[in-house]
Design a binder for this molecule. Structure first.
Ligand SMILES: *Cc1c(COP(=O)(O)O)cnc(C)c1O
Length: 313
């Protein structure tokens, strides 16, 4: 498994065929609240509501035999990305999700034409089932974390950000498997070596964080409500690159929910919890970012029914 900036350069040619660049704005009310210039990168405006679609398209474009089909496992947005890309390429796709998956995400995945299998309590159970399905059907098993083509595709987010603003002091990136943040470190090293890449995860599901700190692949219980950050285990390929993070912060689920409300009010945008985690890290550590120019990646907007209800309170 290898991943480098050259792969992101190649992925750009694929991604730009299918997706326009996403907007990145700042909002004066948000800047005042944060005490910093905060650029919001709106990956929640992607057709599947999350940045992962860049990785799915890049992966499908790389397959010699897309008709063989793929089977993967996901808490939702990676699955939507695979379903969307498989539809674009006319390829079969099966996704295994935990039984309690967000019903909005399940409906979207089925509407893109993929088959959904709901099973087990967590992503580990879904993974075990996906491995079995791949053996039985001959479909290609796709790991959401350890697939270089996915990192290459999601790296194009950071190309867009840093080609527009190579002067940034920091980019703050929410972490689940770590694919997005790993790609961010590789892109920043080439395009903006002075820009710190800072990761964020929920303290209630800290597998990637603890693996980064302890320098070994660990599993941790998932107690977070924030589904996009709840992988329960660390992945080897992203962890290799996460060594280059400037910092890795933990935030609480309540801090994430507060940041979702701030994005709705100040930035007129709908974020799911994972999509608000980067801003949560900024708002809970104001001294660190005071006076700086930073980007927060609003990675996704697929809020669950409970999150939508919470926004209105
Ligand atoms: C998957 C996801 C993340 C975490 O990204 P990784 O590349 O798995 O670390 C963050 N936010 C949203 C909305 C996601 O779907």
């Amino acid at each position: 498994m290898e991943f480098s900036y050259a792969a992101v350069e190649a992925a750009r040619e694929v991604v730009r065929r299918y997706l326009p660049p996403t907007p990145m704005w700042s909002y004066p009310v948000l800047d005042r609240r944060a005490g910093a210039t905060v650029l919001v990168k709106h990956e929640n405006t992607q057709p599947v509501g999350a940045f992962k679609v860049r990785g799915g398209l890049t992966l499908l474009a790389s397959l010699p035999d897309p008709q063989r089909g793929t089977v993967t496992y996901s808490t939702g947005n990676h699955a939507q990305s695979m379903a969307y890309a498989s539809r674009v390429f006319g390829a079969p796709c099966t996704v295994v999700m935990p039984a309690a998956a967000n019903p909005g995400k399940v409906a979207a995945i089925e509407a893109w034409g993929a088959e959904v299998v709901l099973t087990g309590d967590d992503l580990a159970a879904a993974e075990a089932h996906a491995v079995k399905l791949a053996e039985q059907t001959g479909a290609r098993l796709v790991s959401p974390g350890d697939t270089p083509e996915l990192l290459a595709g999601v790296g194009t987010v950071y190309q867009e950000i840093l080609e527009a603003r190579p002067d940034l002091d920091a980019i703050v990136v929410p972490i689940g498997s770590g694919s997005g943040a790993a790609a961010a470190t590789v892109v920043a090293a080439v395009l903006a070596p002075g820009c710190a890449v800072i990761g964020v995860q929920s303290a209630a599901s800290p597998a990637a964080h603890d693996a980064w700190r302890e320098k070994t692949l660990v599993t941790r219980p998932n107690r977070t409500r924030v589904e996009g950050l709840a992988t329960g285990r660390a992945f080897a390929l992203p962890q290799h690159h996460l060594r280059d993070l400037a910092d890795f912060r933990l935030v609480t689920d309540d801090q994430i929910a507060a940041a979702q409300r701030v994005l709705a009010r100040d930035a007129h945008t709908l974020a799911e919890g994972a999509g608000a985690a980067a801003l949560a890290a900024v708002l809970t550590d104001p001294d660190r970012f005071a006076g700086r120019t930073i980007a927060v990646v609003c990675t996704g907007g697929n809020a669950s029914p409970a999150e939508l209800a919470d926004l209105a309170t």
